[in-house]
Design a protein around this ligand. Structure first.
Ligand SMILES: [Zn+2]
Ligand SMILES: [Zn+2]
Length: 209
């Protein structure tokens, strides 16, 4: 089965001295990011908005908080459900407007491949990296490899294109999901059960926007 793991000889795709890998899904197994780091991230985002002359209103803050706590890409309707548990009257436009604001402020990413939203690892000095998105569970990792990114953009421009946005998104299958697939394949013992056809195909697709 083809895996989503970067091959060891792919330059820049692993953390090293030239870059860091920031894993949004880091605290996943603990049920999201810890409370203290959520609070400090919110305080950072608040200060950042203030500097820009904008306001992290309670609703924007709440949506950001939900995304921080989930620690992975989350669909708008799940966010709306969660909002409704807190504020029963929450209407979809409220949540969408808050998401639009957070997007325009660069605090979150729209994850096109699974139609969801994830917090940018870097809430303030946002130099967006290359996003690797688990198509199964929504885990998002942002690779910070400015040289790799520049090289990619240069190639895209050499081909006569201009990126439609600042997001570069790679589809993948995270380590946990690869493991659970492998486990279920052992249980069912069916040939070819190790990976869904989509998962295998997705590991090599690139979305550029
Ligand atoms: Zn980012
Ligand atoms: Zn996953």
């Amino acid at each position: 089965m083809k895996t989503a793991k970067p091959s060891p000889d792919a330059p820049g795709l692993h953390s090293g001295t030239h870059g860091e890998v920031h894993d949004h899904g880091h605290a996943r197994s603990h049920g999201g990011v810890e409370r203290a780091s959520v609070e400090s991230a919110l305080a950072m985002a608040e200060a950042y908005c203030r500097e820009r002359g904008e306001k992290l209103t309670p609703i924007r803050r709440k949506v950001l908080e939900l995304l921080l706590a989930s620690g992975r890409a989350t669909k708008a309707y799940s966010l709306l459900d969660e909002m409704r548990q807190i504020h029963p009257g929450s209407a979809p436009p409220t949540v969408y407007r808050a998401l639009d604001f957070l997007l325009s402020a660069g605090l979150i990413h729209r994850i096109e491949s699974i139609n969801a939203f994830a917090v940018c690892h870097d809430l303030t000095q946002c130099q967006h990296g290359i996003l690797v998105v688990c198509q199964q569970c929504g885990n998002v990792t942002e690779l910070h490899e400015p040289k790799l990114r520049q090289a990619l953009v240069a190639q895209i421009e050499a081909a006569g294109y201009r990126l439609a946005g600042d997001g570069i998104e790679l589809k993948g299958l995270c380590a946990q999901c690869q493991e659970s697939q492998a486990n279920s394949a052992v249980k069912t013992a069916q040939p070819g059960a190790a990976g869904t056809p989509e998962a295998a195909a997705q590991s090599s697709s690139v979305i550029v926007r």
